[in-house]
Design a protein around this ligand. Structure first.
Ligand code: PLP
Length: 399
């Protein structure tokens, strides 16, 4: 039962919840009535190593006993080591740590502004982003988000953002003009309904950016940290960006965001140009190290690819069995969605009643985002629940 205080004391910006979650372990969550759920949401692509992984819990608990916060007035060894580790995974460059995905994208927007002071980039100020993308709820990140459903009520937003359809290189070509300082895209649009930027599009975009002297920036907040079967989603296309935003899976549930800037631009941020009180705290960095340790030790990037194929095959089989309800499967690795032919709310609700948690996304789709270390028998269990629920929805529909 949800406490009446929920509605009384919390602002109404989220849909009314129907579950009260109190405990998690691996791919499982329990509510306050001790009901058990298979969690194929991972807290919206956050708990990539599962809930309360023992190594994560141990490292975070140990850090809580030595130092939690000291601010960026001082050098934080765990932060320096994390920056070194991430630049090794991304490419030569530098990091700045913050607290969320929206903040990481704010960092990219500020980077684009600072870069426009460079002689090659002078006079440029526009940022070109993809339609149907999602970059966060702060005013800058929201300005980079095209969908009216997020923008409504908050305009006027920041000037200087232009939009073009994902995978339509001609449109990006037409809009990327002398005033464009940067292009910002997700390698797989998450909130928009799991739409992949295809490799030729990303390679074409990189070429356009180099020719016209614009920055190539990726929002890897949802698609990063192994979720797609590559450490970062854009890496599959073999392109080299100028900036990358990270958050969600990086802390495994502890809030941390970060952005990476390529070596060429490593000096644009100067003392005073940006900052945050909490960003890159010893606690947040310890959590991120624990995530990266588990990903490395347990081979979870490869696991996401392999488990993703099992889940994808199963979901594809279901689209064949239920053609009146399901349209197609999209995505790769463990960033998958099934697009439905109708509003998915009823299916999401019935799956929940039957012990499987999934999360909706744009375009009538349902995201399946289990942790990267989900077991094959858990995938099979999730598919069985989905098949049974779809069968009963189908028979209800044909009555
Ligand atoms: C691609 C992408 N960018 C940015 C964000 C915003 O992240 P946060 O909610 O941590 O601010 C999200 C959140 O869903 C996202 O999916």
């Amino acid at each position: 039962m949800i406490s009446p205080d929920h509605k009384k004391f919390l602002l109404g910006n989220y849909a009314s919840p129907v579950l009260e979650i109190v405990r998690g372990e691996g791919t499982r969550l329990w509510d306050s009535e001790e009901r058990e759920f298979l969690d194929f949401t991972s807290g919206i692509a956050v708990t990539n190593i599962g809930h309360c992984h023992p190594q994560w819990t141990e490292k975070v608990s140990r850090q809580a006993q030595s130092l939690v916060h000291c601010s960026n007035l001082y050098s934080i060894p765990e932060q320096v080591r994390l920056a070194k580790r991430l630049t090794t995974a991304i490419g030569p460059g530098k990091m700045l740590f913050c607290n969320s995905g929206a903040e990481a994208n704010e960092g990219l927007i500020k980077f684009a502004r600072l870069a426009s002071e460079n002689p090659n980039f002078q006079g440029k100020h526009k940022i070109l982003v993809a339609d149907n993308g999602f970059h966060g709820r702060t005013m800058g990140a929201l300005s980079a988000t095209a969908s009216q459903k997020y923008r409504q009520g908050f305009e006027p937003l920041l000037d200087g953002f232009e939009f073009a359809p994902l995978n339509d290189l001609d449109s990006f070509d037409r809009k990327l003009d002398d005033e464009t300082v940067a292009v910002l895209v997700e390698s797989i649009q998450g909130e928009g309904g799991i739409h992949e930027a295809d490799d030729p599009f990303l390679q074409g975009l990189e070429k356009l950016c180099r020719e016209r002297k614009a920055l190539l920036m990726f929002d890897e907040v949802q698609s990063g940290i192994g979720r797609t079967g590559d450490f970062l989603g854009y890496q599959k296309a073999g392109v080299c960006p100028d900036a990358v935003a990270l958050a969600k899976g990086l802390g495994g549930g502890f809030p941390i965001g970060a952005f990476w800037i390529s070596e060429q631009w490593g000096e644009v941020f100067k003392p005073g140009s940006h900052g945050t009180t909490f960003g890159g705290s010893p606690m947040a960095c310890a959590a991120a190290h624990a995530v990266l340790d588990v990903i490395e030790n347990e081979g979870l990037v490869l696991a996401a690819k392999e488990n993703g194929l099992v889940l994808r095959d199963g979901l594809t089989r279901l689209t064949g069995l239920f053609p009146d309800l399901l349209e197609e499967v999209r995505g790769r690795g463990l960033m998958l969605a099934v697009a439905m032919k109708k509003d998915p709310a009823e299916l999401i609700g019935s799956l929940r009643e039957n012990g499987l948690l999934v999360v909706g996304a744009g375009g009538n789709s349902i995201r399946f985002l289990p942790p990267l270390n989900v077991r094959v028998n858990e995938i099979e269990q999730a598919l069985k629940i989905t098949e049974d629920v779809l069968s009963s929805l189908q028979s209800k529909q044909s009555k």
